[in-house]
Write a protein that binds this ligand. Structure first.
Ligand SMILES: [Zn+2]
Length: 756
């Protein structure tokens, strides 16, 4: 057992001792390393800026405070990258899982710093560069290890050129894009390589050498070498921060501050929400990164984008220009003078052109995309806390406090990876999102809102707007009365969720407005804090990977607590474990009879197990990979692998499975490694049936006791309750096992005679 922590400096005796042990490991593991470099570590931690890299020292410590391994990460804040200088464990300790846990933590740290990628060196596995087969084998093992996280050498560069001609084993430069969908541009990587060569190697590399290596980087964006070891490279693996919800805040939003009286879309909104979120312990801040403008242009007309940029710049920051003339006639004739043209691109008079509006609007899009990447990378929930809002912005027009449609940009971005549903729960109709996707069938848009007969934007949001062309039937408006009860709203939401379920989305984008709250100056409804919690639960339970994008909500006094309650409900709903947790019998239970059970594994199961664990939503990308690997191992070695499977199929599709096997070195003790149920079937009793049958099968294979590990976090309470109900007893709790504050809880059951 070990825990990983950061050692900031050597100021306390414990930290000084930790650093000394790190130095010992370095001397033992890297005998050729310059002694000065090892001795200099405390100085670097004390005075980071002197070295133009901010070092982050992470150590893995056991219960006796012995350092079992460490990683030294260098952060270059000026160029937004991280360089992993060292990662090592105590000699003879490899295979203990420390390397993987440390690397996971390194990625998490790098992701929190908002960098575009993590760079490091790895010795080559190419026989031409590494002639000794023994060394090459070790190099290959290391490259294979990193490939599992999507980190591979940058291809087509001369980085692996020995400084002294003729030397062997020149290192590759490996890039871990940290789950970012786009690889960095050529110039970005050139700057990174220049920084590594100059800051790290200094006088060791002559300027001509540096020049040659930097100039060799030609691909734009750079390319990674094809995967050599991992058959299906992870699409976008991002670290999960111990199950917390990543929140990406548009920190630059407050420059967009319209000081006219009564302008309710004000910076204090974000501050009010953040204050509450910080108390909840549910969130981790993730820095936004900047995305290319093409993502905005994918859903907005280029003329609108160009107009906003130029008009905002022309108007400047000291005043605001409001559109006031709208071209009902001659719409094809845009006026020449920019601010006068505003009405040509705008739907109302609420949304000023101002020098600060442009950077704030672009920043909001960046946040939505950064959060979308987290969802893409396997996070179950992510939150873009942004203003200005976006859902009133149409393809050709801004308005309603909105400039760019943040949720629509993110939904389009996600749609490249799977079907998307956008659910808009703002009090006002999401006219922009509807209009942008009106012709499309791959992005379903659903909005619940005050009826346009009395609520902004008045001209859209009617029930009969259902989409056109390919998008016919892919827009659902549920306009609601001026006064409504919580029950009425809940019924409407359930209807919306049913429509979404029929769309089978891979991702849900939630345009989350909180102006449905009691007392909101722009709404008429009475949602209170408990209503938001219930609403969150209902949505979370659907099991979709969900991106939440902040829209409206203007009653600052209750905004923060409403948002917090909503997310608490959402996380609770989302954390319903893969196994069913509700006893509620449903008609579907009868369906359990048409399930086909089998314990033989076939070649196609690797894919279906991966898909099932991925859609279950509770497992990290790495866990998904492990699930798939266990199937592969079983296929190769049969029961000698130690992995028994039980698979439940319905209608030819995998609806759930369990994996269990003997614990090496014990007498008749088995571990239950996995039990996963298709999220759409989670309340049909399938999990209970899987567990019952697994116990019986384990017993038939000789087991007398079955053990199962789970997490001690609040979110796993339903999972623990599930095992308790099935007769399991908690036998151990290992505090801080998975992460600080995240214990491993072990349940056990003696398998009795009452099993068939
Ligand atoms: Zn609104």
């Amino acid at each position: 057992m070990f825990r990983i922590r950061q050692v900031p400096d050597d100021n306390s005796p414990a930290n000084a001792a930790a650093i000394q042990q790190v130095q010992q490991i370095l001397r033992a593991q890297f005998p050729l390393l310059d002694a000065q470099e090892i001795d200099g570590i405390p100085a670097k931690l004390r005075d980071p800026l002197k070295y133009r890299f901010r070092p982050v020292l992470l150590v893995a410590e056991d219960a006796e405070d012995r350092i079992r391994g460490f990683a030294l990460l260098l952060h270059a804040p000026d160029l937004h990258f991280c360089y992993l200088d060292f990662i090592a464990s105590l000699p003879g300790r490899s295979g203990s899982g420390i390397g993987g846990a440390l690397y996971e933590r390194v990625r998490e740290q790098a992701a929190r710093l908002g960098v575009h990628g993590l760079y490091f060196e790895c010795l080559p596995d190419d026989p031409a560069l590494s002639p000794d087969p023994q060394i090459r084998k070790q190099n290959a093992a290391r490259l294979r290890f990193y490939e599992r996280w999507g980190a591979r050498p940058i291809a087509n560069t001369a980085y692996e050129t020995p400084v002294t001609p003729g030397d062997d084993n020149p290192p590759y430069l490996v890039l871990d894009p940290l789950g970012h969908a786009d690889l960095p541009r050529r110039d970005q990587v050139r700057a990174v390589v220049a920084a590594i060569l100059e800051r790290k190697y200094g006088e060791l590399c002559p300027p001509e050498y540096n020049h040659r290596v930097i100039e060799s980087i030609q691909d734009d964006p750079v390319q990674l070498r094809a995967p050599h070891y991992v058959k299906v490279p992870p699409r976008a693996v991002l670290p999960r921060i111990a199950g917390r919800i990543p929140v990406v805040v548009n920190t630059g939003h407050d420059i967009h501050h319209v000081r006219e009286r009564g302008y309710v879309e004000a910076p204090v909104r974000v501050a009010a929400i953040l204050r509450e979120l910080e108390h909840s312990g549910l969130f981790d801040r993730q820095e936004p990164r900047h995305f290319a403008e093409r993502h905005i242009r994918a859903v907005h007309d280029g003329r609108l984008v160009d107009f906003l940029r130029r008009a905002c710049a022309q108007v400047g920051t000291s005043r605001s220009v409001y559109p006031y003339v709208f071209p009902i006639r001659n719409a094809a004739r845009p006026p020449k003078e920019l601010p006068l043209r505003a009405g040509y691109f705008c739907i109302d008079t609420f949304t000023p052109i101002n020098g600060n509006a442009w950077p704030a609007a672009v920043g909001a899009v960046d946040c939505a995309l950064t959060a979308a990447e987290r969802v893409l990378g396997g996070d179950r929930l992510a939150y873009a806390l942004v203003r200005p809002p976006g859902h009133h912005a149409e393809r050709h027009a801004f308005g309603g406090f909105c400039y760019f449609n943040n949720a629509a940009v993110a939904a389009h971005f996600l749609s490249r990876y799977g079907r998307v549903a956008v659910l808009d729960i703002d009090y006002h109709h999401g006219n922009g999102t509807q209009e942008i996707f009106y012709h499309r069938s791959d992005v379903l848009t659903v909005s619940l809102h005050g009826h346009p007969s009395f609520a902004y934007p008045y001209f859209s949001g009617f029930r009969d707007e259902e989409g056109v062309g390919a998008g016919a039937g892919c827009n659902l408006n549920i306009p609601l009365p001026e006064n409504l009860t919580a029950e009425q709203y809940r019924a409407a939401l359930e209807k919306a969720l049913k429509r979404i379920a029929r769309h089978h989305p891979a991702f849900l984008v939630l345009a989350a407005g909180f102006d449905t709250a009691a007392g909101d100056p722009t709404g008429t409804w009475q949602h209170r804090v408990q209503d938001f919690r219930t609403l969150g639960q209902l949505i979370g339970k659907q099991g979709y990977p969900t991106l939440v994008v902040q829209e409206g909500g203007y009653r600052v006094r209750t905004l923060g607590s409403n948002v917090r309650a909503f997310f608490e409900g959402l996380a609770q709903g989302a954390a319903q474990p893969a196994a069913p947790v509700e006893r509620r019998r449903e008609k579907r239970d009868a369906g359990a009879t048409d399930i086909h059970w089998r314990d033989e594994v076939t070649a196609t199961d690797a894919d279906s197990v991966r898909d099932l664990t991925a859609t279950a939503g509770v497992f990290s990308s790495d866990e998904v990979l492990i699930a798939e690997e266990l199937v592969q191992e079983r296929l190769q070695k049969g029961l000698d692998s130690g992995y028994h499977f039980l698979l439940a199929e319905q209608g030819g599709r995998l609806a759930g499975y369990a994996c269990f096997g003997p614990i090496p070195g014990t007498a008749q003790r088995f571990d239950l490694y996995w039990i996963v149920v298709d999220p759409t079937r989670q309340r049909a009793g399938l999990g209970r049936e899987l567990l019952r049958r697994s116990e019986a099968a384990a017993q038939a294979a000789g087991a007398t006791h079955l053990f199962v590990d789970t997490s001690g976090r609040h979110a796993y309470a339903p999972a623990r309750a599930f095992y308790r109900r099935a007769g399991y007893r908690k036998v151990a709790e290992l505090p801080d096992f998975f992460h600080d504050g995240d214990a491993k809880v072990i349940f056990a059951k003696r398998l009795g005679k009452n099993h068939p």
